[in-house]
Design a protein around this ligand. Structure first.
Ligand code: PBE
Length: 299
């Protein structure tokens, strides 16, 4: 209201009080640039994403279309994304990232998922172990261990946090195995130790998969396997179990995130079921941001 009356007043006295009017118009610009209306500008209309092959990036691109957002999804890597998040939080600046759980970032920072009424990011996810065809016959003990591998979001987050704190991945995995003998012994139950047979696991450098793949790799090593962990991109990871170049992955996010990969390789891989329940993907923002839903990004 004040703005309007000043505007009208300004029109009347424009020739006499030019300087005053200049002052007023800049004040009204300031009024406009509060809270959510300026978030888009401050973020350059960018959603900070990870690698292009990630399902969460694909889902974010779908969300941009479905919610008619004026944003682009900037691809980079998991490490670059969490660095951008940390920088933004340090300066209390707005940022929207392609997030997922479990993840150490929820313990380290005060964050929230943006509500997703159109379900562009799907619902509850689980992480499955998927093997190449024939692994059961070729390496029955490795197959058994991989098949019996399951843990919780809390387990995984604890491992992720320590790795993020800078501890050596192998040492963190070793410590977890020592502290969780009861769980690990269930994974190896009924499996016989081997003498240096090879097992190849493929994974992507997502923090979740760095944790799980290193952990199960070490369990297999303890059972006598000669384990190779190969870090690749998302597409090649899936291709490697279909071609038989890798024996297994513990990184299949289903039913939504890797739906397309799973469909592409139907009949060419063997799904051993969930190793973790209660996973989730979505757009994540610092809690100090004054928005709650993806729909709020439209403004
Ligand atoms: N993630 C972590 C992956 C799966 C594991 C959510 C970043 C993805 O989006 O494909």
């Amino acid at each position: 209201m004040i703005k309007n009356s000043w505007k009208k007043f300004g029109v009347v006295v424009v020739s006499l009080l030019a300087l005053t009017i200049v002052g007023c118009s800049s004040a009204s610009d300031e009024d406009k640039s509060t809270a959510d209306s300026s978030y888009g500008e401050q973020m350059d209309y960018k959603i900070t994403g990870i690698d292009a092959g990630a399902g969460v990036v694909q889902a974010a691109e779908n969300a941009v279309t479905e919610y008619n957002l004026d944003y682009t999804v900037q691809t980079s890597s998991g490490a670059a994304m969490t660095q951008a998040l940390s920088d933004a939080i340090e300066n209390e600046e707005p940022i929207v990232i392609t997030g997922w759980s479990p993840h150490w970032m929820f313990s380290k920072y005060d964050l929230k998922y943006l509500e997703d009424p159109k379900e562009a990011f799907g619902g509850a996810e689980h992480i499955n172990t998927v093997a190449r065809l024939g692994l059961k016959e070729d390496k029955p003990d490795a197959y058994k261990i991989l098949d019996q591998f399951e843990w919780t979001s809390e387990d995984m987050e604890a491992v992720m946090l320590k790795i993020n704190d800078g501890e050596d991945v192998k040492e963190v995995a070793r410590q977890w195995i020592t502290d969780n003998e009861d769980k690990v012994s269930k994974w190896t139950e009924g499996a016989t130790k081997v003498d240096g047979e090879s097992v190849k696991l493929a994974y992507v450098a997502w923090d979740t998969e760095i944790a799980s793949t290193n952990l199960i790799g070490l369990v297999l090593e303890d059972m006598g396997y000669d384990v190779t962990l190969t870090q690749v991109e998302s597409g090649p990871m899936w291709a490697s179990i279909a071609s038989g170049d890798a024996d297994a992955i513990v990184a299949a996010w289903l039913p939504g995130t890797h739906e397309k990969y799973m469909a592409d390789y139907e009949g060419q891989v063997e799904d051993l079921g969930p190793n973790l329940e209660g996973a989730k993907i979505g757009l994540v923002v610092p809690s100090y941001m004054d928005i709650d839903s993806i729909e709020d990004l439209v403004k």
